[in-house]
Design a binder for this molecule. Structure first.
Ligand code: ZN
Length: 143
């Protein structure tokens, strides 16, 4: 396995569905992290899922909303690392409501037509996020 520099203080987002880390990068707005260095590692071989992506972030991640990771893929884990040691490893909690995090892709949805309309998604009983207006399910598209 490719080993990018070990992290001293930061997080490792692991078990990301292969090919989706770039979209995750955009959704988490990692480009706006000013005091962190970020490594995207794609197509890592994994015994569990065949291939996966990993994102490593060294530095200050306090401004990140990691809960939005959970909607993407319930298999994602986030390990927090302090002084070179893993201090916690967990799955992000699924928020029940996402406001202006993801956008509805239904061209006939009111959120596609009205600029100022909030993009609201609600967690359904099947674990999918559905648009609060048109009920279209959100799916992440691999690159
Ligand atoms: Zn919609």
């Amino acid at each position: 396995m490719l080993n990018v520099d070990a992290i001293n203080n930061g997080i490792v987002v692991d078990h990301i569905q292969a090919g989706t880390s770039l979209e995750l990068y955009r959704l988490l707005e990692l480009d706006k992290l000013e005091n962190a260095s970020i490594a995207l590692i794609q197509n890592v071989r994994s015994s569990k899922s065949g291939k996966k992506d990993i994102i490593k972030i060294e530095g200050d991640v306090s401004s990140l909303n990691l809960n939005i990771l959970a909607y993407l893929d319930p298999g994602i884990t986030v390990a927090t690392i302090q002084d070179g040691k893993i201090v916690s490893k967990k799955r992000p909690d699924l928020p029940h409501k996402l406001v202006n995090v993801i956008r509805c892709r239904n061209p006939r949805c009111i959120t596609s037509m009205e600029e100022e309309c909030d993009h609201i998604f609600l967690l359904s009983s099947t674990g999918q996020y559905r648009c609060a207006y048109c009920e279209q399910a959100f799916e992440l598209k691999p690159e």
